[in-house]
Design a protein around this ligand. Structure first.
Ligand SMILES: [Zn+2]
Length: 240
């Protein structure tokens, strides 16, 4: 049984109300240690490679889980087809075999969220709750599942954006950390304000004030489709 106290319920309520299209990138403990550094495991970076989270043979294996309508499935397949078309090598294969590692795409819980990369699990959920069923938002979550982290986690991001921590919802501050790992960052393509993996200026604000200010006169947080650099990164990872 799950016990929720009032504080917890209020936080959940606030999230649902303030951010119907909330996005969360879920990391395993091992990934967190790798990306953020760990006092317990200072050698994490030396004993693993981020590429272990890439899908093998560039094939993303998935199945449809609870709660999706026929029209939802059609939209998800469109989002996938567009990634395949633009990258020419990232492929998506639906499976009904529960014995192979797969992402289960579901509309079960609230929020739009995904784990990052291939985790070699039979049940790796990717949730598309209410408000998540647009091509761009689906592609954002699919890119997480393809091992891509947020653009604003880039080690050089402070040269490009200013983060206003005082305006960020307390339990979302983790999503604004810098990940100091070259192999998960810009992959040599430079900072990308246009990335579909960049948050918008007001995302996860607790007071309707901005949480991210670009240091140039540009828009951030688009969810209309992959940027040219998003495509280059996917090709870099999956087409070589
Ligand atoms: Zn995200």
């Amino acid at each position: 049984m799950i016990h929720l106290n009032w504080g917890c319920l209020l936080t959940l309520l606030h999230l649902v109300v303030a951010n119907p299209v909330s996005d969360d990138m879920l990391l395993t403990q091992e990934q967190r240690e790798y990306l953020e550094g760990s006092t317990k495991n200072p050698h994490a970076k030396n004993v693993m490679l981020w590429s272990q989270y890439y899908w093998k043979n560039s094939i993303f294996v998935y199945s449809f889980g609870e709660g999706l309508s026929t029209s939802d499935k059609k939209t998800i397949i469109q989002a996938m087809s567009s990634i395949t078309r633009q990258t020419s090598c990232v492929r998506f294969r639906q499976t009904r075999n529960r014995q192979e590692p797969q992402v289960i795409i579901q509309r079960k819980d609230s929020g739009c969220w995904s784990y990052v990369g291939f985790l070699n699990r039979m049940e790796q959920p990717l949730n598309l709750g209410s408000g998540c069923m647009s091509i761009g938002t689906i592609q954002h979550e699919l890119l997480h599942a393809l091992a891509i982290v947020h653009m604003h986690n880039d080690p050089l991001r402070d040269k490009f954006v200013k983060i206003l921590y005082e305006n960020i919802q307390d339990d979302m501050i983790n999503n604004f950390r810098i990940y100091d790992s070259k192999d998960v960052a810009d992959l040599g393509y430079g900072y990308d304000y246009r990335s579909i993996m960049h948050y918008g200026s007001y995302d996860f604000s607790k007071n309707s004030k901005r949480t991210i200010i670009p240091l140039q006169n540009v828009q951030i947080g688009q969810r209309s489709g992959l940027s040219p650099k998003d495509i280059l990164k996917l090709k870099h990872i999956y087409c070589t």
